[in-house]
Design a protein around this ligand. Structure first.
Ligand SMILES: Cc1cc2nc3c(=O)[nH]c(=O)nc-3n(C[C@H](O)[C@H](O)[C@H](O)COP(=O)(O)O)c2cc1C
Ligand SMILES: C=C(O[C@@H]1CC(C(=O)O)=C[C@@H](OP(=O)(O)O)[C@H]1O)C(=O)O
Length: 364
C-alpha cells in the first residue's frame, strides 16, 4: 500500500488538478485546513501581483463524502482566477473570435534560468509559452492541497510537519529578509533563499535501507528537489558534517534510546530514528527579472533581452509551505507503506501495535 499522486494544469489555464491514490477510507478532512495552507502558500513578502488575483480554495471532485475519504481516488481542484484574462490565449481548443486578453502573441525571448529555451527545443514548440505554462510553480498549489491531506493522515499517528523560511538572499530574521527583498525589488532583481522543514513524532523505522529507492533521506531529497527553483537539499547538518570528525558528527545514544544531538536530522540509513526529521532546501534567485538578462530572440536569431513578465521578487516563504507539503507527502507515503490498512482504524491500529512492539517511546 502506497500513496500516489498525479497533477495536471497550466499556470493560466482553467484549473489545476491532483488525483491522489492509496488513501485509507474514513480519514476526516477539514476543508478549512486545506484552504488555510493554500492561503499560506500565496502569502509572503515579495510575491507577484498575481497573488492579488487569485484566492486559492480547494474543490473536491471524487473520493470524499461528508468530509471522509472513501478509500478511492481523491480528486482535488484549484481554479486559476486569472484564466478569465487568458480565455483566448490559453483556450484548450481553437480559440474563437478575435485575439483578446493575454497570451495572444507568441513568446520568443527565453529567460535564462527558466524552462523556456530547453522546453521549446525539446518539445518543438514555436511559442515559449507552451513550455513555461506547465513549468511554472503555479501548480505547487495542488501539491500543497495534497500535502494538507497528507498532514491529516500523519496527524492520526501523532506526526506534525512545519516549514519556515531561514534566509532570503543571505539575510536572516524577518526584518533582514524584508530589507533584502525591498533592495532587490528596487534594483529590479530577484532573490532566492533557504527553508527548513521539521517533522516531529515520527517513530523509528519509516523508510528502509533495502534499496536506494526505499531510503527516506533519498526520497525527501527527491521530493524537495522536484520543487521549482530548488537547487540544494540538506539532511540534518548536511554539508557541515563533511568538515568535522566522526566524534563531532554522530548523535550519541542515551538510555531511553534518545540522542544527545540531532545532527543526522532524524535519519540514519534511510530510516527515521525517532528524532525530529530536519531537512533544508536552497532556492535559487527567480529567473524572471524586471531588468531582463541577455538572451536571443528565437524568431530572428538576434541578440535580445529576456521576456519581462510580472514576477515574484522572491518566493521563499511560499517555498517553505510547498516544502512542508512535499515532506508531509513523503512521510505519509512511508507511513502508508509501513502501516497499510484499508480503513483509517487499521492504519492507526498497525501504528499502535508497532509502537507496542518496539516499546516506543522508551522510558528511562
Ligand atoms: C513558490 C514559487 C514561486 C515562483 N515564482 C516565480 C516567479 O514569479 N517568477 C519566476 O521567474 N520564477 C518563479 N519560480 C521559479 C520557477 O518556476 C523556476 O525557476 C523554473 O520553473 C525553472 O525551474 P528550475 O529553477 O527548477 O530550474 C517560483 C518557484 C516557486 C517554488
Ligand atoms: C502563480 C503563481 O506563481 C507563479 C510562478 C511563476 C513561475 O514562473 O514559476 C511565475 C509567476 O506567474 P505569473 O506570471 O502568472 O505571475 C508566479 O506568479 C503561484 O504561485 O500561484
Amino acid at each position: 500500500m502506497t500513496l500516489g499522486i498525479v497533477t495536471a494544469g497550466e499556470s493560466h489555464g482553467p484549473a489545476l488538478v491532483a488525483v491522489l491514490t492509496g488513501l485509507p477510507a474514513g480519514l476526516r478532512l477539514d476543508r478549512g485546513s486545506v484552504d488555510a495552507d493554500l492561503r499560506r502558500r500565496q502569502q509572503g513578502y515579495g510575491r507577484s501581483p498575481r497573488q492579488q488575483l487569485e484566492t486559492d480554495v480547494v474543490e473536491v471532485l471524487s473520493g470524499l463524502r461528508h468530509a471522509r475519504t472513501l478509500g478511492t481516488p481523491l480528486t482535488l481542484v484549484v481554479r486559476n482566477a486569472d484564466h478569465r484574462n487568458w480565455t483566448w490565449g490559453m483556450s484548450p481548443w481553437e480559440p474563437e473570435g478575435e485575439p483578446a486578453g493575454k497570451g495572444t502573441k507568441p513568446v520568443t525571448l527565453p529567460r535564462p534560468g527558466h524552462a523556456d529555451l530547453a522546453g521549446v527545443l525539446k518539445y518543438g514548440h514555436a511559442d515559449v509559452r507552451d513550455a513555461l505554462e506547465r513549468a511554472s510553480a503555479r501548480h505547487t498549489a495542488t501539491h500543497v492541497a495534497a500535502g494538507a491531506v497528507a498532514k491529516a493522515l500523519l496527524a492520526e499517528i501523532g506526526v506534525t510537519v512545519a516549514g519556515r523560511p531561514l534566509e532570503v538572499g543571505g539575510a536572516r530574521g524577518e526584518n533582514g529578509m524584508r530589507e533584502a527583498t525591498d533592495a532587490a525589488r528596487k534594483d529590479r532583481d530577484t532573490l532566492g533563499g533557504i527553508v527548513e522543514v521539521v517533522a516531529s513524532g515520527c517513530p523509528p523505522g519509516l523508510g528502509s535501507y533495502a534499496e536506494k529507492g526505499d531510503r527516506l533521506d533519498a526520497r525527501l531529497a527527491f521530493a524537495l528537489m522536484g520543487i521549482q527553483a530548488v537547487k540544494g537539499v540538506e539532511v540534518g547538518d548536511g554539508f557541515a558534517l563533511a568538515r568535522v570528525r566522526g566524534s563531532e558528527a554522530h548523535d550519541e545514544i542515551d538510555p531511553g534510546l534518545v540522542r544527545r544531538t540531532n545532527r543526522a536530522g532524524g535519519l540514519e540509513a534511510g530510516m527515521t530514528n525517532g528524532e525530529p526529521v530536519v531537512v533544508r532546501a536552497a532556492m535559487k534567485p527567480l529567473p524572471t527579472l524586471m531588468k531582463p538578462l541577455d538572451s536571443v530572440d528565437l524568431a530572428s536569431g538576434e541578440p535580445s533581452q529576456a521576456l519581462v513578465e510580472r514576477s515574484d521578487v522572491q518566493a521563499v516563504e511560499a517555498l517553505a509551505v510547498v516544502a512542508e507539503a512535499a515532506v508531509a507527502w513523503e512521510l505519509a507515503r512511508a507511513a502508508r507503506e509501513k502501516f497499510g490498512g484499508d480503513a483509517i482504524e487499521d492504519f492507526v491500529a498497525a501504528h499502535r501495535a508497532y509502537l507496542d512492539r518496539i516499546q516506543w517511546p522508551r522510558t528511562r
